[in-house]
Design a protein around this ligand. Structure first.
Ligand code: SF4
Length: 280
């Protein structure tokens, strides 16, 4: 079979950085934990566990002196709690997420009414809100929701890192009708859109599409959905051993992509597995 592997498949900058920091920290001190899984890849989390990194859900459950903060960050309250316990921190928060937190805080301190473009219940959004320390943050999903905002003297806008640029622009346009002064920080990270765009292109060209990544990873699941809408023979797998040889009947071209939290070694195993199936 012919294989088309997406250039953008696998780790984004923030996940790569977080994973590296975690492995380095564990090599120095194997008695360490992470608050929540570092990234949404059960295989990476397991590999880290084997190096000593335990995953805990709450700050009160931490029994080590050192804690790693996951790539999409934690809330201000959790951070305060960690400080109050005098624990050492390995901060693997993605710098793009950190920027969104910092800009929201800056806008608040400069008297702007903050509008956050994103999904209300998402942990990243909850994190950004928490750093404004009790100030009102208006979370809007899109321009329709922005229409319902009250008029304000000055509005400051930030976006959840996974938002689309078009959505941010549309919300900003509506805000201009609500205020004489609008300040926009484009805090979008393009890792998601780049992966989705390339996956779409590849799905159009192949007989079968494999999307590799954690079942708990929202961005991988979304990638699989996008591909499935184009190519019905799309399969979301976490590892190579989930690939079924029967999928390949009559298939000449296979497309492979992977979510932003999928490590290279799993992608390589999938590619090798597909090659073997194609040779049969
Ligand atoms: S998707 Fe973007 S914001 Fe999220 S961890 Fe990766 S680089 Fe950072």
């Amino acid at each position: 079979v012919k294989i088309i592997l997406a250039d953008s498949a696998g780790f984004c900058f923030g996940v790569k950085r977080a994973t590296q920091l975690a492995f380095e920290a564990a090599a120095i001190n194997p008695n360490i934990c992470s608050l929540g899984p570092i990234i949404h890849s059960p295989q990476v989390v397991k590999a880290l566990e084997e190096k000593g990194v335990k995953v805990v859900d709450k700050v009160e459950d931490i029994q080590t002196r050192e804690v790693i903060i996951r790539s999409h960050g934690i809330t201000a309250e959790e951070l305060d709690h960690i400080h109050s316990r005098n624990l050492n921190i390995v901060d693997a928060t993605c710098p793009f997420v950190k920027k969104a937190q910092d800009y929201a805080t800056l806008l608040c301190s400069e008297g702007y009414s903050v509008v956050l473009v994103g999904e209300k219940d998402h942990p990243e959004v909850q994190g950004i809100i928490s750093y404004t320390r009790g100030e009102t943050v208006y979370v809007v999903a899109d321009s329709t929701e922005a229409q319902r905002l009250p008029s304000k003297t000055k509005i400051g806008i930030v976006a959840q890192t996974t938002q689309s640029f078009e959505n941010l622009v549309q919300v900003a346009n509506v805000c201009l009708e609500k205020s004489k002064e609008v300040r926009v920080f484009n805090t979008i990270c393009d890792a998601t859109s780049v992966r989705q765009e390339e996956a779409r292109e590849i799905a159009c060209e192949v007989d079968l599409m494999l999307v590799v990544g954690g079942f708990n990873s929202a961005n991988t699941t979304r990638l699989a959905q996008i591909c499935k809408d184009i190519q019905n023979r799309t399969y979301h797998v976490e590892t190579a051993d989930q690939i079924d040889p029967r999928w390949f009947a009559g298939v000449e071209t296979v497309g492979i992509t992977a979510g932003a939290s999928t490590p290279r070694w799993i992608i390589d195993e999938v590619v090798d597995c597909v090659k073997r199936m194609g040779d049969k």
